[in-house]
Design a protein around this ligand. Structure first.
Ligand SMILES: C[S@@+](CC[C@H](N)C(=O)[O-])C[C@H]1O[C@@H](n2cnc3c(N)ncnc32)[C@H](O)[C@@H]1O
Length: 288
């Protein structure tokens, strides 16, 4: 189905309550220029080649968000002719980028929130040699046959999923042998892992803004989870420093929208990241 949304037969989990997406959808609906510029396409952090040159503007952030997308695509080693699934695809920005830059790609966006897919379907048409579909469903119970995809992307969304275990099990099922799973995630340092045991984590502060979030999964746990489901970790890139200019831009947008709690939560997480306690990593796994 090209450019249309298909309901999943029966998602096991209802769509999570994501307060920041409610705000985004409202602001985008109004055509608010700051939110449209920052989040009209991608809803993820930016990656700056030289963070010291970040100027704090929305336009600069949008370029950095595009650069993060490119880094994910490079890590995923995407090539013409591949079937690509973007799980938790947001407004479809990653698939838009692939559609613009690639030929003969079979692109599928999966999201648990149909409102986001409606926006994606309305804003994106496939180039002639590409195919594009939008599917409503849960990344932990995917409505796809076994070995349906060559590449699976999960761009800055796995922390929302009800279970990384279920997601990896599904990833192993829907990818063909030799396929790749590429994701980016907020990964705690060992010190933060210890602190999280006592405090319940920074997650409590994030929840009121960002909804259910689990940022307690270490790289060692990812490696073990990958092993268990037949994946070999090929790439582990810590790009924390390149993402740091994101926090003041996003906090400023929340402030401008009159949501001081979200501004404060974002600044606090920015501090945790600047202190090196929360790391931003790109991980790419190959199915054995
Ligand atoms: C931070 S956004 C990232 C969006 C997109 N990947 C991007 O980079 O622009 C997180 C996304 O995960 C989606 N999501 C959350 N839980 C999900 C689930 N269980 N299955 C599928 N998508 C989910 C949300 O609806 C949202 O689109």
């Amino acid at each position: 189905m090209t450019g249309a949304t298909t309901p999943a037969p029966s998602p096991v989990e209802p769509a999570p309550d994501l307060p920041y997406f409610d705000l985004l959808l409202q602001q985008l609906q109004r055509g608010e220029p700051g939110f449209s510029g920052a989040f009209g396409r991608h809803v993820h952090w930016g990656s700056w080649e030289d963070p010291s040159r970040a100027d704090g503007s929305v336009a600069d952030f949008a370029v950095a968000a595009e650069r993060l997308t490119e880094r994910l695509i490079e890590a995923a080693a995407i090539a013409p002719g591949q079937r690509i699934l973007d799980a938790g695809c947001g407004f479809g920005g990653t698939l838009a980028r692939l559609n613009e830059g690639g030929e003969c790609l079979d692109l599928t966006g999966l999201n648990i929130d149909p409102r986001q897919l409606e926006r994606a379907a309305a804003s994106l048409a496939p180039r002639p040699s590409n195919r594009l579909a939008w599917v409503v469903g849960d990344a932990c119970a995917m409505p796809f046959a076994a070995a349906s995809f060559d590449r699976l992307l999960a761009v800055e969304c796995i922390f929302h999923f009800p279970s990384r275990e279920a997601f990896f099990r599904e990833a192993a099922r829907v990818l063909r042998p030799g396929g790749r799973l590429t994701l980016c995630d907020f990964v705690p340092s060992p010190t933060l892992r210890v602190l999280q045991r006592f405090t319940g984590g920074v997650d409590r502060e994030m929840r009121a803004t960002y909804g259910p979030v689990d940022c307690s999964f270490s790289v060692a746990r990812y490696r073990r989870l990958g092993d268990k489901h037949g994946f070999r970790l090929l790439i582990d890139a810590d790009i924390t420093r390149s993402t740091l200019p994101t926090y003041p831009v996003v906090a400023g947008l929340f402030a401008a929208a009159g949501w001081p709690e979200a501004e404060a939560a974002t600044r606090r997480i920015g501090l945790v990241s600047r202190l090196g306690l929360m790391r931003y990593r790109i991980l790419s796994f190959e199915q054995r």
